[in-house]
Design a protein around this ligand. Structure first.
Ligand SMILES: C[S@@+](CC[C@H](N)C(=O)[O-])C[C@H]1O[C@@H](n2cnc3c(N)ncnc32)[C@H](O)[C@@H]1O
Length: 413
């Protein structure tokens, strides 16, 4: 049974949201640019948020991480401007679901249930474009599941483009969804490179990471073809920064030119469940990683940020006892084993720093979602400026995948 749901964001409303969101992104650059690490971030001090955030209790913090701080009554003493910011960011980032329900997905060899739900949603959301397309071109096709799904759903040919040859070989090894009219090609698609896209193709990308979604829209626009995308990993861009492809007149493009390593903020989503471990286990593992950073830093190793401590180590090691993680890291660097006292001190300091980092990250988390929505608004506006009708909404619930912002666009008749 389907229920009525709000229409996607489109036309003048979509453009107005982009124009409204842009000065917020620009005005929050200090918070975006300074990631909380081992010290109280300058922005938390300057904005008068540090003391309250550090005093937030674990129970409220966990709830706020899961449901969004804006959804909960805040503990006493909360800075009013921080509460207002959370509400504003929540409103600016809100998008309507594109489907009333996540569609039932058919079993498929080698495809996990959550991915199957994504494929089924793409199938339904591509259907309105079926009349105008003869082929699906899937960029960043990976193992080709989406290529096959859409070729079958729309009864058209499929071309999967993928830069990793081993994925292309794997994709070709799966049984084609229809009569062999689905093929895969090893190709690194670039914004200014040659394009295989034709006007009657539907250009799609499922978790087309970073610059690839920009490239997808570029190739669709060049051919005048419709496009359907869900992006991810905004930080995967070739240069040090991502410059806006279009910019509202009232905001400087420089303020919207975002450093690559800070775009990863968009991968933080409230309530994102751990895939391989429970939430408490994941939190404990992250505290151990910070403890490892303390240990290495105190040994004089060059590890600028806590995030650098695990370089070269299997991330699963952080789920082992701290002594085991430390032993592997020290041995890997040719350093002497740690004493029990050294281990205890580093682990305790790691737990303390991580507790503070979590609290400061809570303040930044909704900005991450704003960045993700904002960059997708920009992509939609960029296409609208090229004669497209564009829509933005949520392709599936967060539990299916937190990377769920979908753009759908086609040349306006
Ligand atoms: C996150 S994966 C998604 C794969 C697949 N669409 C899925 O949902 O399972 C992104 C894929 O895009 C590919 N990719 C990234 N940039 C590319 C480019 N410029 N040209 C072609 N493939 C690219 C990567 O190798 C990777 O397989």
């Amino acid at each position: 049974m389907t229920t009525a749901h709000p229409p996607p964001l489109t036309g003048a409303t979509l453009r107005a949201r982009w124009e409204e969101a842009a000065p917020w992104v620009a005005g929050l650059r200090d918070v975006i640019d300074e990631r909380p690490a081992a010290q109280v971030p300058g922005w938390a001090q300057r904005r008068g948020w540090a003391e309250w955030l550090l005093g937030v209790d674990d129970g409220w913090l966990a709830q706020a991480e899961a449901q969004g701080a804006w959804a909960l009554p805040a503990p006493p003493g909360a800075p009013p401007d921080l509460l207002d910011l959370w509400q504003a960011l929540h409103r600016l980032s809100a998008l309507p679901p594109l489907l009333a329900e996540t569609p039932q997905a058919q079993a498929q060899r080698g495809v996990k249930a959550r991915k199957r739900a994504q494929l089924a949603a793409f199938g339904q959301l591509a259907a309105p474009l079926a009349g105008r397309v003869h082929r699906v071109v899937d960029v960043g096709a990976g193992h080709g599941h989406l290529t096959r799904e859409l070729a079958q759903a729309l009864a058209v040919d499929g071309l999967g483009l993928e830069r990793e040859v081993r994925f292309v070989e794997a994709a070709a090894g799966f049984a084609p969804a229809n009569d062999g009219s689905v093929r895969f090609q090893a190709l690194t698609l670039t914004a200014d490179g040659p394009s295989p896209v034709q006007p009657q193709d539907l250009v799609v990308g499922l978790h087309a990471c970073g610059a690839l979604t920009d490239t997808l829209t570029e190739h669709a626009a060049r051919a005048g073809a419709p496009a359907l995308w869900v992006s991810c990993c905004l930080h995967k861009v070739p240069g040090e920064t991502r410059a806006p492809r279009c910019c509202p007149a009232h905001v400087a493009a420089a303020a919207l030119t975002l450093p690559r390593d800070r775009l990863g903020l968009a991968n933080l989503t409230q309530g994102a469940p751990g895939v391989e471990a429970s939430l408490p286990e994941n939190l404990a593992a992250r505290a151990r990683r910070v403890g490892l950073w303390v240990l290495l830093r105190d040994r004089g190793e060059a590890v600028p940020e806590p995030g650098d401590a695990m370089r070269g180590l299997n991330r699963r090691l952080a789920h082992r006892p701290f002594a085991e993680l430390a032993a592997a890291a020290l041995a890997g660097r040719g350093l002497a084993a740690a004493t029990p006292a050294e281990l205890a001190a580093a682990e305790a300091e790691g737990a303390r720093l991580f507790a503070a980092e979590r609290r400061f990250t809570l303040a930044r988390r909704p900005i991450g979602r704003l960045l993700e929505v904002f960059i997708n608004l920009e992509r939609a506006v960029w296409l609208m400026d090229r004669g497209y009708t564009a829509e933005l909404g949520l392709a599936w619930p967060l539990a299916v995948s937190p990377r769920n912002v979908m753009g759908r666009a086609w040349p306006t008749e």
